[in-house]
Design a protein. Structure first.
Length: 176
């Protein structure tokens, strides 16, 4: 029997107790590296909201018929699979009181400054009262936006103009 620095091998059929062979070591090391790097290259999907001008708007409340028409056109479901894109520019926006059934709106333009087409674009608006309490979330969307083009959006807000104290706005999209 020769002297050795290694402890005697203990025979076992349980692979978890055996030292890893090369293939198992590489699989474990690769899994650990993937876990460690998870999220490191992921984009930040948090919308970058811009604050709208403080609103001091007057306007009549909607009639029952106008409320029904506005509610039918107001978008309140937001597409949470869209992301902020660095080349999707929110060029301008403002709170506008229309004289028709829409009444409270946020209007502006978004530009696709990318080299490629955007398949979906949404503008998200969060509306607040004078005490900064959230009143509602609304959107406007377009199915596609070609490179270098602008889209004029109108977000219909269901609160009366006198109830709205301010808003925040963000543009999001999805590229091909």
């Amino acid at each position: 029997m020769r002297p050795t620095d290694d402890p005697p091998a203990i025979p076992t059929t349980d692979r978890s107790l055996q030292p890893p062979d090369r293939r198992r070591f590489l699989a474990l090391a690769g899994g650990a590296a993937a876990t460690a790097l998870a999220g490191c290259g992921a984009a930040d999907d948090t919308p970058d909201y811009q604050e709208g001008e403080t609103i001091d708007a007057d306007g009549e409340e909607r009639t029952a018929e106008e409320t029904t028409a506005a509610a039918a056109l107001a978008e309140t479901e937001l597409d949470d699979e869209l992301s902020p894109l660095s080349d999707l520019d929110l060029a301008d926006h403002e709170f506008v009181v229309e004289e028709d059934f829409r009444r409270s709106t946020v209007q502006g333009t978004v530009e696709n400054a990318r080299e490629g087409r955007l398949t979906d674009v949404e503008v998200w608006v969060r509306v607040y009262d004078d005490g900064d309490a959230l009143l509602g979330r609304y959107a406007d969307s377009i199915g596609g936006l070609e490179p270098g083009t602008e889209w004029a959006f109108t977000v219909i807000v269901l609160e009366a103009p006198t109830e709205v104290g301010g808003y925040e706005i963000a543009a999001l999209g999805r590229s091909e």
